[in-house]
Design a protein around this ligand. Structure first.
Ligand code: G3P
Ligand code: CA
Length: 275
């Protein structure tokens, strides 16, 4: 079990600086690092040929110019797509805002499908400590393969078995307790975050599934369940809240003493925290 952080609230860039640049692209993660984020959040899925890629939805339809399920496409198919088309000049014009980021077709890599391996390399080369919060998606479909591939990749970067979980630069998150259990079984010192969209009756007293050290409640839970964050903390858990974008929600998280804020706007949150 971990103890609450003694240092400032960690700011985690949700899908990168995804308010400004297209989510889960190298462009969004580079921007998050520039913005000063402490950590990067990403969702991972397996392609048909066994590569872990950073894509949120089951299908690529919303975020790219392609169609189909990630699990049915090979990495080469995904590499032919552009994941940067949602934040064009027209997008910013429609919002009557100055572009925060410009789509430059000549920088193909910036908006190509992002493999987890490339993201690990980016973090490795960042020149300062940048942590990673990796969320396993569709872990049931692949019956353990997502976690297996994830741990193999982390091993390549020397990140799979931290000596001190408190200082691990990587944590694995999931809505699936089974997925987190698989990770801990293979790598007992890697911190795990149990994501919650609602508070199930058996967890209302602040307990988490066995072995999980960090709670990941949504901001709706934080707003709607007075006293719950205190119970999680009293049970010795860190609390990482998602997805916190509004000033009043940032202030509520500060007031409650959460450990990490996961946000689409890392720079705005850092500003609000006076950092
Ligand atoms: O950081 C946790 C959060 O990302 C979970 O929700 O749907 O954005 O993956 P989702
Ligand atoms: Ca996520």
């Amino acid at each position: 079990m971990t103890h609450p952080r003694q240092h400032p609230i960690h700011v985690v860039a949700h899908r990168g600086a995804s308010e400004d640049a297209p989510e889960h692209t190298l462009a969004a993660y580079r921007k998050a690092i520039e913005d000063g984020a402490d950590a990067l959040e990403c969702d991972v899925r397996l392609t048909a040929d066994g590569h872990l890629v950073c894509v949120h939805d089951r299908r690529v339809n919303r975020t790219s110019n392609g169609r189909g399920a990630v699990s049915a496409l090979e990495l080469a198919d995904l590499a032919a797509l552009d994941f940067g088309l949602r934040k064009t000049r027209e997008f910013w014009r429609a919002r009557d805002e100055q572009p925060q980021w410009e789509h430059r077709p000549e920088d193909r890599e910036a908006t190509s499908v992002l493999t987890l391996e490339r993201l690990l390399q980016l973090v490795h080369d960042a020149g300062r400590r940048v942590e990673l919060a990796i969320e396993t998606k569709h872990p049931t479909r692949w019956a353990g393969q997502v976690e297996e591939r994830l741990l193999l990749l982390l091993k390549r970067f020397g990140l799979d078995a931290p000596a001190d979980p408190e200082r691990s630069p990587v944590r694995v998150m999931s809505f699936s307790a089974r997925s987190l259990h698989r990770v801990r079984a293979a790598s007992p010192t890697l911190p795990t975050v149990y994501l919650m969209q609602f508070v199930s009756p058996r967890l209302r007293d602040g307990r988490l599934p066995a072995g999980v050290s960090i709670a990941g409640p949504s901001i709706r839970i934080v707003r709607g369940h007075p006293g719950y964050i205190e119970r999680l903390k009293a049970a010795g858990h860190q609390v990482h809240v998602w997805t916190v974008n509004e000033p009043e929600d940032i202030d509520l998280c500060v007031e409650l003493g959460v450990d990490a804020i996961i946000t689409n706007r890392p720079r705005a949150v850092l500003d609000r925290l006076g950092r």
